[in-house]
Design a protein around this ligand. Structure first.
Ligand code: DX5
Ligand code: ZN
Length: 219
């Protein structure tokens, strides 16, 4: 069970010290938004490169950008651990996953709440991870959309049916109240923005989320 705090909820003026406050994380989730694929703007490759320089921790880059076929591989070239792109934004997702992996990063495909899991049938064997968005991408602090939990179960079944060992990530509205439901549904990688950054003790919150997820699957 992996907990990836999303730095979208961090104080952008003090990102280096914000990263130091979440060292119990398994990786840092970095949301890249272009104000086109989603109605919000964060930062681009220069910021990701700077983040790479100030931490040894894995960066899990979530690209919420249009024209990801063109810009996606460039993020992998920065040396990040994984690059996630949206299926809805790519015209050749299998090729894009290949290009990301070719430069040594893990490749992941994300789907928005209204995109059915069946849409990833073709690409699932080409990626290391599937991201089931549990909110509409664009903003932190939203409430998890309950109907997305069934999609986590479907994605896990798809992976099993193909004999694949891929990670299933969930992103959006993950809290200590719903993480066990998500873990039982088959998620193993949890993005948590506001629930970690709002906590008085952020590392304790990360530990709590991980423990709850582990307990849920141990029964
Ligand atoms: C939303 C982003 C998320 C966001 C999650 O589009 O992809 O990573 O930061 O934040 P919370 O956990 O607050 O919903
Ligand atoms: Zn994200």
């Amino acid at each position: 069970m992996h907990i990836h705090p999303s730095i979208l909820s961090a104080d952008f003026v003090n990102l280096e010290s914000e990263l130091e406050s979440i060292l119990h994380a398994d990786a840092f989730h970095v949301d890249v938004m272009d104000n086109h694929f989603v109605p919000n703007l964060t930062f681009g490759p220069q910021m990701v490169e700077s983040l790479q320089r100030v931490t040894k921790r894995d960066l899990d880059v979530h690209l919420m950008i249009s024209d990801v076929d063109r810009h996606g591989p460039g993020y992998a070239e920065l040396g990040v651990a994984s690059v996630t792109f949206h299926l809805e934004a790519s015209s050749n997702p299998v090729e894009l996953a290949k290009r990301i992996k070719l430069v040594g990063a893990k490749a992941a495909v994300a789907i928005k709440p209204n995109t059915p899991v069946s849409e990833i049938n073709e690409i699932v064997s080409a990626v290391d991870m599937v991201l089931i968005m549990t909110v509409e991408p664009g903003f932190g602090g939203q409430k998890l959309i309950e109907s997305t939990v069934a999609k986590v179960t479907q994605a896990r079944s798809l992976s099993w049916s193909l004999g694949l060992d891929i990670a299933i990530q969930v992103d959006g509205g993950v809290t200590e109240e719903n993480i066990q439901t998500l873990a039982k549904a088959g998620a193993d990688t949890f993005v948590a923005g506001s629930s970690v950054f709002k906590a008085v003790d952020r590392n304790r919150q990360i530990d709590l989320l991980r423990t709850l997820a582990e307990q849920a699957v141990r029964g």
